[in-house]
Design a protein around this ligand. Structure first.
Ligand code: FUC
Length: 768
């Protein structure tokens, strides 16, 4: 079996549609490269180009009507509760701000012949370089494009193997009919830089600027009107920069200065700086799952084979690496977090506004971050959470009369926390900030960085403080959320009436269980708030407990209602299985069994039809240690929910499935949520032999594994912190550190533990 590293997405034709183009990005700037020889298009984004400014959308009628809504719900007067909620709880206006494209770069090339041959287009997901090569007549042309994080610039390089062969006209465009900017002018006297000036629109809309600079070797560059013209150059470097007022008081001087600064470096230098930067992230984890001989086929041919039911384990490894690449390209320190489309969005009014849906989607984007050894790429999410704090306090106070901070099921660039839409199954749900804050805790659990915990703890605690005030006491003395929904499902009552609003959906109680538990553990580590800790403990005890319903399933609501749509894409009531940690195969076998029933019922009714839902299902099966089922769903993700450029297809394109799918693949190989590092917990037969290096586990560990015919042959655990390492693995006979045996505590359930020293590597030894 060839087991090469799968890192190349490639085609023999240019992209015919945006969904076939190849993404580059540096967290802030994004480009989709089409690779047409005659007319290149790079669809452009800058992460802070959003419509309008911040607004206070909190509905002043929420608080006076909240008691009424709650009593209508407890009296079972659903319709009235729903009607009043739509009017009193919805944001005013009902939508947050939306994300916008930056524009387009179009290049019209002039050649001496139209005899095209040898065309190849590719993206290397380790170097982040999108390349195109082709011949016209006897001349070979090459293009390379990347988005540089160190130089804050999109860089494009055009070369040919004959001098004076490169001639094109470049234009910057924006929006349908090219109507969405104010002016496009020549910047400075050098005749080599175009500058677009515009405004993102709406009240408080930010100014944006975009600059394009050409650096030619040989030939000439000039500007006529809005056109930048390159004639007879030997080679050309284009430098594109963009910004808004979100991060820069003077975006114009920033974009011109950064284009100038990049232009002062040679192309080789820019490329070397970029490759050094991005490979510092991408090279950290390497996965091989066999099947490498198929890498000779183009990516679209491979996808087609998988759609026809063939196996391609190598494509699965490529999908994993692509997911990590996408996170590096759309979420770097200083950028905004990856939104519903990462940073890549073509439309002025994108699906679901291409913002942050925080009842699963934005969270899923960050599932591969910690285990995938990209902890710093998680940082933009933390900054967004911090930005949501002040608006979230205001929402808590004005809508609900509560302390703490709260968010509903969406947020935007401004950290807007008021409800989104008038959509009963989703809008009136207060768990957005609570769930997001679990990402802060997860970051701590993986890295054990105490300084980070000191920063995160007040935020986590403030999200919990809202619920200390907000929870209501039910007739039987439980503490529950009201009003609530189980995102975004509908239940059916025995009378046949259907409803969405409820008291204490299972997901809410599960999220709160994890949130208050995180508060308790963090306060112990930091030796803080002993009094509050007692209160949190008593709240945890009084939250509604998970229940098993009449089908043997985990109940989705407080009552054992039927579901209107048994194959619904959301599987919210399994939150405690993943990303939560409360349902485990060994710790809570009844709940794990009921979770299986829940999944089987969902799947039997057509579940998993959106990309992200399929990706979540992979993670669920992995946690249930069902390797074959997890694998079937990885296959289904590739065969049903993947676009030609490997972008996830909701449909339409939505990036969460890429991230959730990558996280699920890793979750099949290493888990660390139940107190032990579990090696190969859900290995399917199709991945009989393989290796993974650099994947992280909770407790400050990194893990390298190699397995053959389904059995581990090599395993090394690198300890970044001092601690007690606990490993669940079959056939372990010893552990060595620097050639010396380590004293092991072995228990009969296949678990072994030893004390680790920070900076040491431990080699596991297996029996024959
Ligand atoms: C939630 C999901 C949809 C979609 C949207 C962005 O509302 O239910 O499937 O992913 O977010």
């Amino acid at each position: 079996m060839t087991n090469q590293l799968e890192k190349r997405i490639w085609y023999k034709q240019p992209a015919a549609a945006w969904e076939e183009a190849l993404p580059i990005g540096n967290g802030k700037l994004g480009g989709m490269v089409f690779g047409e020889p005659l007319r290149e298009r790079v669809a452009l984004n800058e992460d802070s180009v959003w419509y309008g400014g911040p607004r206070d959308r909190n509905n002043p009628d929420a608080l006076p009507n909240l008691p009424k809504i709650r009593s209508l719900l407890s009296e079972g007067r659903l319709r009235e509760a729903e009607q009043l909620s739509v009017m009193a709880l919805s944001g005013i206006p009902d939508s947050q701000r939306h994300y916008l494209p930056l524009g387009d770069l179009n290049l019209d090339f002039r050649y001496e012949t139209d005899e095209l041959s040898g065309y190849v287009r590719e993206l290397d997901v380790f170097s982040g370089i999108a390349a195109v090569s082709y011949r016209l007549g006897s001349t070979k042309f090459q293009r390379e494009s990347f988005a540089s994080f160190p130089d804050e610039t999109i860089v494009m390089r055009f070369t040919a193997d004959k001098p004076a062969s490169i001639s094109f006209t470049a234009r910057l465009l924006r929006g349908p009919g090219n109507r969405y900017y104010d002016e496009l002018v020549k910047a400075g006297a050098a005749e080599d830089t175009l500058l677009m000036r515009g405004n993102c629109g709406g009240a408080g809309g930010m100014a944006f600027r975009m600059a394009l600079k050409a650096v030619c070797e040989g030939g000439s560059v000039t500007i006529i009107g809005e056109h930048l013209i390159v004639d007879n150059a030997d080679s050309v470097t284009l430098l594109l920069t963009a910004a808004t007022e979100f991060r820069h008081d003077n975006p114009e001087s920033y974009v011109l200065h950064s284009a100038e600064a990049a232009g002062a470096r040679s192309y080789e230098e820019l490329k070397a700086r970029h490759v050094q930067d991005i490979s510092g992230l991408t090279e950290r984890v390497k996965l091989k799952l066999g099947g490498g001989h198929l890498a000779e086929l183009t990516t679209d041919e491979r996808l087609k084979r998988v759609q026809d039911g063939e196996e391609d384990t190598g494509l699965m490894a490529l999908y994993y690496h692509f997911g990590r690449y996408l996170l590096c390209a759309s979420s770097r320190p200083g950028s905004l977090p990856a939104n519903l489309q990462g940073i890549w969005n073509e439309k002025m009014l994108p699906p679901w506004d291409s913002k942050y849906t925080i009842n699963i989607n934005a969270q899923m984007n960050y599932w591969p971050a910690e285990a995938g050894n990209l902890a710093e790429c998680h940082e933009p999410l933390f900054e967004l959470i911090e930005r949501m704090r002040e608006p979230g306090r205001h929402t808590a106070r004005t809508m609900y009369g509560c302390g703490g901070f709260v968010a509903h099921h969406n947020t935007d660039i401004w950290g807007d926390t008021a409800p989104q839409d008038l959509y009963l199954p989703a809008s009136y749900w207060q768990m957005g900030a609570a769930w997001l804050c679990l990402h802060l805790w997860e970051h701590y659990e993986f890295g054990l960085d105490r300084t980070f915990l000191e920063r995160a703890y007040p935020i986590i605690k403030e999200a919990a403080a809202f619920f200390v005030d907000f929870l209501i006491e039910t007739e039987d003395g439980q503490l529950a959320v009201s009003p609530s929904v189980s995102p975004e499902n509908t239940y059916v009552l025995p009378s046949g009436q259907s409803g969405t609003l409820c008291v204490g959906s299972s997901m809410d109680s599960q999220i709160l269980h994890e949130l208050f538990t995180a508060c308790i553990e963090a306060s112990q580590i930091l030796d803080a708030d002993a009094g509050e800790r007692k209160q949190w403990r008593s709240i945890v005890e009084r939250l509604p407990q998970p229940k098993i319903g009449k089908h043997g399933q985990i109940q989705e609501w407080l009552e054992d209602y039927e579901e209107a749509e048994p194959g619904h894409r959301h599987i919210s009531h399994l939150f405690a299985l993943h990303p939560g940690k409360r349902f485990t195969v060994r710790g809570t076998p009844e709940w794990a069994e009921a979770a299986k029933v829940t999944l089987e019922r969902r799947l039997a009714s057509g579940g998993g039809h959106t990309g992200w839902s399929r990706a979540w299902i992979i993670n669920f099966w992995a946690r249930l240690e069902e390797g074959e089922k997890a694998y079937e769903n990885v296959h289904a993700l590739l065969s049903h929910s993947t676009l030609p450029n490997l972008f996830d297809n909701h449909p339409p394109f939505q990036i969460d499935g890429n991230f959730g799918g990558a996280a699920g693949i890793a979750e099949m190989l290493v888990q660390s949520h139940d107190g032990a590092i579990h090696l190969l917990p859900a290995l399917p037969k199709a991945w009989a032999s393989g290796e993974i290096a650099g994947v992280r586990a909770r407790g400050g560990y990194a893990v390298d594994l190699r397995w053959v015919d389904g059995r581990l042959t090599e395993a090394t655990i690198h300890a970044q912190a001092e601690g007690s390492c606990i490993v669940r693995v079959a056939g372990l006979v010893g552990v060595e550190e620097a050639g010396k045996s380590v004293a092991l505590r072995v228990s009969d359930d296949g678990v072994a533990g030893w004390e680790t020293v920070a900076g040491s590597s431990y080699i596991l030894k297996f029996g024959a």
